[in-house]
Design a protein around this ligand. Sequence first.
Ligand code: TXA
Ligand code: MG
Length: 319
Amino acid sequence: MSIISKDIQKAIKLLTNDQLVAIPTETVYGLAGNILSEKAIKSIFSTKKRPFFNPLIVHIPSIESLENIVLNIPEKAKLLADAFWPGSMTLVLKKNAKIPDLITAGKDTVAVRIPNHPITLELLKQLPFPLAAPSANPFGSISPTKPEHVERYFKNNIQMVLDGGSCTNGIESTIIGFENDEPIIYRLGALALEDIEAVVGKISIKNKKEESPDAPGMLARHYAPSTRTYLVDNVTHEIKKHQGKKIGILVFKDSLNNTSLTEIILSENGSLQEAAANLYDALHELDHQQLDAIIAERFPDNGLGKSINDRLQRATFSL
Ligand code: TXA
Ligand code: MG
């Protein structure tokens, strides 16, 4: 029997009883548990096979509930929250004493966001506690953007995926931390850099492992299919290096018109937003076709193209 269901009351019951429920957000599906239940939090880590040094994002229903989670809010964090919440932005702020160390991996900061999905906002409003939720995939694998992706990963481990359809943004939230009250991007994501800079001015990016060793979303290889994946500027040129192999192709907007290849076009009309929304589903799709390799085309380095390139780069073996 399918574990996918639209029953919010059932989700509330499970979450209240220390169980996990996969929840829809506009970015990717999350594997959610009560932040105050040690049992639930531990099972998030064990279900994902996620190392305990990798902290979780806390999901809240409103800006008012932020006071229960963090200590102080820098001025620019307030500006960002007002501009983008509910939405695809996670803020890393000084944590308040009530937040368990398990959630933050012992750090004195906590990652928090208000997701923009009507079903999950409704769920969060009805629950008396916030939800910790990493992406609902085994550690290092491709994040899920459809309830079926989660079901394939975890049907034997969890009781329910709350059905919210396909995720409209399709890649993880942009993570912003603060150093001396100045914002810094820790993870590129579903919010374009230019839109953030329009609110707080020029912002630096620290999303390499060397610069932020304990934030594994920045691991060189992460968000990865099990099929060997290449990210290149010239797909036709790369194909020639794989003669006689079964190749899957991922392109932005233009078909290669080669019928002997399995090809997915991410957005025929060249929309970066649409390409981002389709990216992980395409990777899931290609990864299930027993291919020898996936060759992905590098995106333009602006707007969401930057975030898409970041994810595609981490999906490859070679850096
Ligand atoms: O869009 C999203 O952000 C999704 C949905 C479900 O909300 N969640 C998500 O969670 O992508 P996860 O756990 O897959 O990625 C969270 C990232 C990790 O790279 C983690 O290291 C980082 O956030 N993180 C969490 N707390 C942090 C902290 N206190 N300081 C720095 N990085 C932190
Ligand atoms: Mg993740």
